[in-house]
Design a protein around this ligand. Structure first.
Ligand code: G6P
Length: 364
C-alpha cells in the first residue's frame, strides 16, 4: 500500500476500503493449522512464561485504547487471563501498582504517542514486562518494549484511525489465541477461531459492498443534535469507538454507554432528536439488548441497530456477517466507520484533518 489516494477522495475512504487486504496481511504467515495456534515471532515469551502470566493490563490512547478494550476481552475469553485496558495517561499519573506477574501491553498505531511511551518507560523502570501492539515498525514504542506484535496495516494517513483499529483488534485476536493455546483453550476451539479469522477478509469486503445503503442512512443521522451509542460486553468497546469516530470526523456530539447503564441516567437524554446506535450481535446477550431497544423506543428515540439479523424495534438495521462470537467485535464496527465518514461528508467536514486533532500526539 502507498500514500497514493488510489482514486479515493479522502484517505479515510481509501483506508476504510483497504481493510480486507490489511486484515489478510496481519494474518499472513502466522497461522499454524497443525497445532491450531498462531506464531508470533516477535513476542519474545515462551510457553512457560505465558503460562505464568496472572493478569494482562493494556494501555493506549484514543482508538488504540478502544482496540485494547476489545483485546482485553478476547484475552479474557480465549486465554482465561483477567485482562483490562486503561488509557495510558491515566495509568501513568495514578502511581499504579506494578506487578511482576502482570503482562503489560502498550497499543499504538504510530508508536510515538507520548502518554503511551511514558507509561512504557515508567513500567520498564519498575522492572515490568511490556509488549507492544504497534503499526509503525521501528517506532519509539516498538523499540522500548520487550517484544510484541506488529499489526501490518500499512501507512494510515487520515487522522481518524480505521484500518489500524481493525488490524489492531485482529492482532489481539492472534495474541489471545496464542495465549489461549498454551493455557486451556482446546484444539477444537483453536480451530474454530482460526476458521473465523480466515473468514474475516471476505466478510469485511461484504460489509463494504453495503456502502450505498449506509450512505443513505448517514444522511438521515447527520443532522442529529447528539447521538447515543450503546452495547453490552463485546459490543461496548465497539460502541465507544463508533462514538469517538463520529465525534472526531463529523463534530456531531455522541456518547457511548454500556446498554445497561442507560437507565441510570442517560435515558433522560433520549428524544426524537437524539437517535441511538445499538450494537446487537446474536450472542448470549441478544434478549438483553432487545430489551434495551424497547426502552429506547418507549422514549420515542430513533434506533439504528447493528447486528446479525433485522431488529423489528429498530428504525433501521445494518446486518453484518456472523463470525465467531469472540471475533464479532472486529466486524461490528466497520459499518459505523462508514456511517461516520458519510455523516462528515454530508456536513462538509475536513475529513482527513479534523479541526483541533493531530494524527499522533507526541507531546504531553
Ligand atoms: C491521536 C489520534 C487518534 C489516535 C490516538 C492514539 O489522538 O487523533 O486517532 O487513536 O492519537 O494514537 P496512536 O498512534 O498511539 O495509536
Amino acid at each position: 500500500e502507498s500514500y497514493d489516494m488510489d482514486g479515493h477522495d479522502t484517505y479515510m475512504h481509501k483506508e476504510i476500503c483497504e481493510q480486507a487486504d490489511a486484515v489478510d496481511r496481519v494474518l499472513r504467515g502466522r497461522i499454524d493449522d497443525r497445532f491450531a495456534t498462531v506464531h508470533l515471532g516477535g513476542l519474545g515469551i515462551d510457553a512457560r512464561e505465558a503460562r505464568g502470566v496472572r493478569r494482562v493490563k493494556i494501555l493506549g490512547c484514543g482508538s488504540a485504547y478502544h482496540a485494547g478494550q476489545i483485546g482485553a476481552q478476547m484475552i479474557e475469553e480465549l486465554a482465561r487471563i483477567p485482562a483490562d485496558a486503561e488509557p495510558a495517561s491515566e495509568f501513568r499519573y495514578r502511581n499504579a501498582v506494578v506487578d511482576p506477574d502482570t503482562l503489560y501491553i502498550a497499543v499504538s498505531q504510530s508508536g510515538e504517542t507520548y502518554d503511551t511511551l511514558a507509561a512504557v518507560q515508567e513500567l520498564k523502570r519498575k522492572g515490568a514486562r511490556v509488549l507492544g501492539v504497534v503499526n509503525v515498525v521501528g517506532s519509539a514504542i516498538a523499540r522500548e518494549t520487550d517484544g510484541g506484535v506488529y499489526v501490518h496495516a500499512g501507512p494510515e494517513v487520515c487522522v481518524v484511525s480505521t484500518k489500524c483499529f481493525t488490524n489492531t483488534a485482529v492482532a489481539f485476536a492472534l495474541l489471545a489465541l496464542h495465549l489461549g493455546r498454551v493455557r486451556d483453550l482446546s484444539v477444537a476451539d483453536g480451530r474454530r477461531i482460526i476458521a473465523g479469522l480466515r473468514r474475516l477478509p471476505e466478510q469485511i469486503a461484504e460489509i463494504l459492498r453495503g456502502e450505498e445503503e449506509i450512505k443513505k442512512l448517514a444522511a438521515g443521522y447527520a443532522g442529529a443534535k447528539s447521538m447515543m451509542f450503546v452495547g453490552r460486553v463485546r459490543g461496548y468497546p465497539v460502541a465507544r469507538e463508533a462514538s469517538l469516530k463520529l465525534k472526531e470526523v463529523s463534530y456531531v456530539h455522541a456518547e457511548a454507554y454500556p446498554a445497561s447503564e442507560l437507565k441510570h441516567g442517560p435515558l433522560a437524554l433520549i428524544e426524537p432528536e437524539v437517535p441511538s446506535v445499538a450494537i446487537v450481535p446474536d450472542d448470549e446477550l441478544l434478549e438483553k439488548n432487545r430489551a434495551t431497544l424497547e426502552e429506547i423506543k418507549a422514549r420515542s428515540g430513533r434506533i439504528l441497530a447493528v447486528g446479525h439479523q433485522e431488529q423489528e424495534v429498530a428504525d433501521h438495521t445494518i446486518v453484518v456477517p456472523r463470525n465467531e462470537p469472540e471475533l464479532d467485535p472486529i466486524l461490528l464496527g466497520i459499518p459505523l466507520q462508514l456511517l461516520a465518514y458519510h455523516a462528515a461528508l454530508a456536513l462538509g467536514r475536513d475529513i482527513d484533518k479534523p479541526r483541533n486533532l493531530a494524527k499522533s500526539v507526541t507531546v504531553e
